[in-house]
Design a protein around this ligand. Structure first.
Ligand SMILES: NC(=O)c1ccc[n+]([C@@H]2O[C@H](COP(=O)([O-])OP(=O)(O)OC[C@H]3O[C@@H](n4cnc5c(N)ncnc54)[C@H](OP(=O)(O)O)[C@@H]3O)[C@@H](O)[C@H]2O)c1
Length: 321
């Protein structure tokens, strides 16, 4: 496992967006252990940032894709990348049940949206009723052979920079992470011999429209308390779409971490991003204690051992124009 990155090797990953999409398709074709099963009937509960990108990819592959949103205003734009859009929430048991009808697989990519500071109550009311309804619908719909559920690596909590993998015990202190764990458990318990549940625990998501430069740009030129030694785990949008498709084609079940190989400290990430985009470097003041924040290194060996090859193993920093 890699603990540090060579700046130059990071930049070698900077394929153009077009090359990157072609590379993703080629990798997925190579990694599939069976001929590409076109024209499946697939549903995505929660067509936000990830769900929409997945819908676009699947529709291009010729599948019948049903996507959902909770907002009337998004219906039109989603209709361009799906075969069908449904306005619904996961707490509506009947709507979840009908979403499952005749589907081959369902991807769940739900997250509370709207307000920036999402409360614990909103987490509970978003994730838990949705999980119960999904479990019930799976039970009642034998055509659905797999649920792929997008979860979060935040379930590992703070490990003070230690490595964790899928077998590591989890006991998150924060209520929000506890809710995510509960949702995972409800889904895993609903699996049976013919209906698989695959949980992907994602690192922080970045990609087009959620560039790292936006996140780190705010820190440029600032002096931050501490040494920046905490580890932050990322995953690029291309790899989320890629891993979901890999999980579907290879009928994965159980829990898989999905983070890249970079495993960098906050300090190194800030250095890379500032250097790449010509931003004023971030300074650190070790005389001041760091703000309390999680630090954990997450192993991605399990999904790689299953055969998935990352499209962006290192931080993908898009060239500036
Ligand atoms: N963001 C991260 O860095 C991160 C990190 C780890 C894991 N994850 C997980 O990755 C997945 C994808 O994240 P994302 O960034 O693509 O999320 P996103 O852009 O916020 O999209 C979330 C989607 O869920 C829908 N939604 C919200 N509340 C719902 C409800 N009660 N019932 C049904 N649908 C509901 C939203 O509806 P609208 O279309 O109406 O907005 C939206 O389509 C999520 O499962 C998230 O928990 C995210």
């Amino acid at each position: 496992m890699q603990e540090s990155v060579n700046i130059n090797s990071s930049f070698k990953q900077n394929l153009s967006e077009v090359d990157s999409a072609a590379h993703l398709e080629k990798l997925l074709r190579q990694q599939s252990q069976q001929p590409s099963p076109y024209e499946n009937n697939l549903a995505i509960l929660g067509c936000g940032y990830v769900g929409k990108a997945l819908a676009k990819y699947w529709q291009k592959q010729g599948h019948f894709v049903t996507g959902t949103t909770t907002s009337q205003q998004r219906l039109l734009s989603l209709s361009e990348v799906t075969s069908q859009v449904i306005l619904m929430k996961g707490d509506d048991a009947n709507a979840v049940q009908s979403l499952f009808q005749d589907r081959d697989a369902v991807v769940v990519s739900v997250a509370p949206t709207g307000s920036k500071a999402v409360s614990e109550e909103i987490y509970e009311s978003t994730y838990l009723p949705t999980a119960w309804n999904l479990a019930k619908a799976l039970n009642q719909t034998p055509t659905v052979k797999q649920i792929i559920y997008l979860s979060s690596s935040s379930v590992y909590g703070d490990r003070q920079g230690e490595w964790v993998d899928e077998s590591s015990p989890i006991a998150p202190e924060e209520r929000k992470s506890q809710v995510i764990c509960e949702a995972e458990k409800i889904l895993l318990q609903a699996a049976n011999e013919n209906q698989k549940v695959c949980i992907l625990r994602l690192g922080g998501i970045y990609g087009p429209g959620r560039e790292l430069t936006r996140m780190f740009g705010r820190l440029a030129g600032m002096t931050l308390a501490g040494r920046g030694e905490r580890f932050i785990n990322w995953i690029h949008l291309d790899d989320i779409v890629g891993a979901i498709e890999f999980a579907r084609l290879n009928k994965l079940e159980g829990i898989y971490n999905l983070v890249d190989d970079s495993q960098l400290t906050l300090k190194k990430q800030a250095e890379l991003v500032c250097l790449r985009y010509g931003l004023t470097p971030v300074q650190w003041d070790p005389s001041k204690p760091s703000l309390k924040a999680k630090s954990v290194r997450i192993s991605n060996q399990k999904i790689k051992a299953a055969g998935y090859q990352l499209v962006h193993p290192q931080l993908f920093l898009v060239p500036t124009n």
